[in-house]
Design a protein around this ligand. Structure first.
Ligand SMILES: Cc1ncc(COP(=O)(O)O)c(C=O)c1O
Length: 405
C-alpha cells in the first residue's frame, strides 16, 4: 500500500484534500476510519508507560488517532511544524495561556477579541493568578510599543478581530514583541488559513476555532494551536492530559472531513462578503460598514498585505435605527439566521446591543448597537435580497418569501 506523503510542496487545495489521510492498513479503505475508543491495549509491562505523556496510544484524553490525522491536515494548511487539536477554540486559548504564562508575567492583548479571550486574560489570569494584562488597540503600533514591559511574555492579537473586524499588522507586532524576547499568538479564526497564515508572517502561535470556517458546516466544535514543535510540546501535555481539553474522535473526524472543502468555501465566502459589504455601503439606512476588503476600512492596506487569500466572510455594520428597529430588522430576515457562531455554510447574524461591557474599547461608531454578519455560501443575490427586504420593511411584519425570486 503506497503512502501519499502529501507535504508542504503541494498546493493549498491538494493539502486540504489529502492532508492527514492515508489508506487504512487493516481494511484497505481509502478513508481513515473513526476510532471511537477510550483506551488502547497496554504493553506486556505497563510500568514502562508514562500516564501523563501525550505520545503514543494509551488513553484518548492523552491523544487519539483521529485527532492526529486532523493535526496533520491543519499543520499542512498553516505551514506549521506541529499542531494541537483540542475540543474548542476556547480550549485552545486556555491551553495556550495556562501552559505559557505564570504569575508575574505581563500580557498585551487586542482591545477587540473574542469575549472568552478577554475574560480569561482580564479576569482569570489577571484577577486570580497575578498575571499583569494590558488591553491595547493593537492596530496602533506605537500603543503596543508603549505597553511593553520588561516582563512582557506574550502579545495575543486577533485579526480580523471579533466582532468589529479590527485589523492588526501581524508582521509588525511580531517584530516588536520579539525585540524583547516575548511571544506572539494570533487568533486566526475570522480569516482561516486559506486567507491568512500568521506563522508565515512571524507569529509564534496561530490559534483557530475549528468550529468556524475550518469545519464549516456548523455541526462540530474544535480548536487548534499551531507553531514550532519545541514550543507546542509542553503545551500539548498540559492542554490535553492535565486540563482535559481533548477533542472527541468523532468531532476530529467531522472537522477533518469539513476541512477538505475549505479552499472552495473560502473563495465563495470571500466573494459573497465583498459583494454584500459593497451593497450595504450604498444603502441610505446603513450608518457604517466595516469589512477589511472595502477601501473604506480603517486598515484596508494592512489587511490587503497580510490576507493574501481574501478578506473573509465577516462584516460589521450599523443601521440608522433605534434598539427596537434593529431587532425588527433581524426578525424580517428569512435567509440569514439570527444565531451566534460564524463561518458556517449558512449566513448568520447577531445584533450586538448597546450594553456590551467592552464597548468603551471600540471606536464610537460601534457604541449604538451594531450587527456582526457571517456571510454564508448561499447565492449572493439571495443574501442581498434578504437584507434589502428586511431594510425596506423594517417597520412591517414579515409577510412571505415571494420577494426572494
Ligand atoms: C475569534 C474567535 N476565537 C475563539 C472562539 C472560540 O471558539 P469556540 O466557540 O470553538 O470555543 C471564537 C468563537 O466565536 C471566536 O470567534
Amino acid at each position: 500500500m503506497s503512502e501519499k506523503n502529501i507535504d508542504e510542496t503541494f498546493g493549498f487545495a491538494t493539502r486540504a484534500v489529502h492532508g492527514g489521510n492515508e489508506t487504512d492498513k487493516e481494511t484497505g479503505a481509502i478513508r481513515r476510519p473513526i476510532t471511537m475508543a477510550n483506551s488502547y491495549e497496554l504493553p506486556y509491562d505497563p510500568s514502562v508507560v508514562n500516564w501523563s505523556s501525550a505520545e503514543g496510544n494509551v488513553y484518548t484524553r492523552n491523544g487519539g488517532a483521529n485527532q492526529r490525522y486532523l493535526e496533520k491536515k491543519l499543520s499542512l494548511l498553516h505551514g506549521a511544524q506541529d499542531c494541537i487539536a483540542l475540543a474548542s477554540g476556547v480550549a485552545a486559548l486556555s491551553g495556550l495561556f495556562f501552559s505559557l504564562l505564570k504569575s508575574g508575567d505581563h500580557v498585551i492583548f487586542s482591545s477587540v477579541t473574542y469575549i472568552a479571550a478577554y475574560r480569561l486574560l482580564n479576569e482569570l489570569f489577571n484577577g486570580k493568578f497575578e498575571v499583569e494584562t494590558t488591553i491595547v488597540d493593537t492596530s496602533d503600533l506605537d500603543a503596543v510599543r508603549k505597553a511593553l514591559r520588561p516582563n512582557t511574555k506574550l502579545a495575543h492579537i486577533e485579526t480580523p478581530g471579533n466582532p468589529t473586524t479590527a485589523i492588526t499588522d501581524i508582521a509588525a507586532i511580531a517584530e516588536i514583541i520579539h525585540s524583547i524576547g516575548g511571544y506572539l499568538s494570533v487568533d486566526n479564526t475570522f480569516a482561516s488559513p486559506y486567507n491568512q497564515r500568521p506563522l508565515e508572517l512571524g507569529a509564534d502561535f496561530a490559534v483557530e476555532s475549528l468550529t468556524k470556517y475550518i469545519n464549516g458546516h456548523g455541526d462540530a466544535m474544535g480548536g487548534a494551536i499551531l507553531g514550532k514543535k519545541e514550543l507546542l510540546e509542553p503545551i500539548r501535555t498540559q492542554a490535553q492530559v492535565n486540563l482535559g481539553g481533548t477533542i472527541s474522535p468523532f468531532n476530529a473526524w467531522l472537522i477533518t472531513r469539513g476541512a477538505v472543502t475549505l479552499p472552495l468555501r473560502m473563495k465563495q465566502h470571500n466573494q459573497n462578503a465583498l459583494a454584500v459589504a459593497a451593497w450595504l455601503e450604498r444603502q441610505e439606512k446603513v450608518r457604517f460598514v466595516d469589512y477589511p476588503g472595502l477601501a473604506s476600512h480603517p486598515r484596508h492596506g494592512v489587511a490587503a498585505k497580510q490576507m493574501f487569500g481574501g478578506f473573509g466572510g465577516m462584516i460589521a455594520f450599523g443601521l440608522d435605527a433605534d434598539h427596537d428597529t434593529n431587532n425588527k430588522f433581524v426578525s424580517n430576515l428569512r435567509v440569514i439566521t439570527s444565531a451566534v457562531s460564524l463561518g458556517h455554510d449558512e449566513s448568520l447574524i447577531v445584533f450586538l446591543g448597546e450594553n456590551d461591557e467592552r464597548q468603551y474599547l471600540y471606536p464610537k461608531r460601534f457604541h449604538n448597537g451594531f450587527f456582526r454578519l457571517s456571510v454564508g455560501l448561499e447565492d449572493t443575490d439571495d443574501i442581498i435580497s434578504d437584507l434589502n427586504h428586511a431594510l425596506l420593511n423594517i417597520n412591517k411584519p414579515y409577510f412571505g418569501t415571494a420577494y426572494l425570486r
